[in-house]
Ligand binder design. Structure first.
Ligand code: ATP
Length: 264
């Protein structure tokens, strides 16, 4: 009986991608960007972070990615404390708003880039790159140069480059913020399709409450000065989602609830 209970506890723990306990970040200039954040993110979750500018959304992502230190508290990623040196960085990938690509490399080479730092045979690399290009709708664009692509296509390349190593966790910092509405909606659909097929955990920053409700199964609402996670709202809309969801009364109610919280 005791063993059963232990096993259940262990299984519960294994299913967590991220666990943040009392996490704070004070930058070197003394500014407290994030204070006392407690948050658990389960394997396969799609969690959006919304909140006013400067409330610490990117700082949380940077701590999770090991790009900035944690001042206080603990973050466990795949059950390992974040400072542990044996963490496999291929487990995690980051997508930024500006889709920075290497301008002198074609699309195929930009996407291949993360694999060149790993000991993966050329044939296996080719297969992984081709599969990923197909996944994000870039088949046929292998030889194109970044300057020839629109903002939406560049973002697809950026997503492909993040996915090519098959990460278990994808951090997306306002990826669609600079895109026009139609491109944005197309990429939202694509992202949901990819998330569903790849079964990874996604953390997503957006200033757009509609986008957060449309994509996520949970929305973390943050407040500023200092940055805190004020509430985590479950989004009980079923997947797959399509544009009809946006006109459903439950959708509008959730958007209104989150928008109201953001006003406080
Ligand atoms: N390296 C740094 N040194 C000092 N302060 C910083 C540093 N990086 C960020 N900050 C400050 O920490 C706070 C949180 O910044 P962060 O970028 O995490 O917020 P954000 O919620 O992602 O903002 P936005 O929505 O505008 O991107 C802000 O006040 C910012 O000015």
């Amino acid at each position: 009986m005791q063993a059963d209970i232990q096993k259940t506890e262990q299984e519960k723990h294994t299913a967590e991608t991220i666990s943040m306990k009392n996490v704070s970040k004070v930058y070197d200039n003394g500014h407290t960007a994030v204070q006392n954040v407690d948050l658990t993110i389960k394997e396969g979750d799609f969690v959006s972070f919304v909140g006013p500018s400067g409330c610490g959304k990117s700082t949380i992502f940077k701590m999770v990615a090991g790009l900035t230190t944690i001042t206080e508290g603990h973050i466990h990623l795949f059950n390992k404390e974040i400072d542990s040196s044996d963490r496999d960085s291929r487990d995690l990938a980051y997508v930024f708003q500006d889709a920075t690509l290497l301008p002198w490399l074609n699309i195929e080479k930009n996407v291949r880039m993360p694999l060149t730092f790993q000991s993966i045979k050329k044939e296996e690399q080719n297969k992984m790159v081709q599969e990923t290009l197909e996944l994000v709708g870039l088949k046929g664009y292998e030889r194109a140069m970044p300057r020839e692509l629109s903002g939406g296509m560049k973002m697809r390349v950026s997503i492909a480059r993040a996915l090519v190593s098959k990460p278990k966790l994808l951090l997306m910092d306002e990826p669609f913020g600079a895109l026009d509405e139609i491109t944005r909606q197309n990429l939202q659909e694509e992202l949901l399709r990819i998330w569903n097929s790849q079964k990874m955990t996604v953390l997503f920053i957006t200033h757009n409450v509609f986008e957060s409700v449309y994509l996520s199964n949970r929305v973390a609402v943050m407040t500023a000065s200092p940055g805190k996670v004020d509430d985590v709202i479950d989004i009980p809309l079923s997947y797959p989602r399509n544009s009809d969801v946006r006109t459903a009364p439950e959708f509008s109610n959730l958007v209104a609830e989150i928008s109201e919280k953001l006003k406080n």
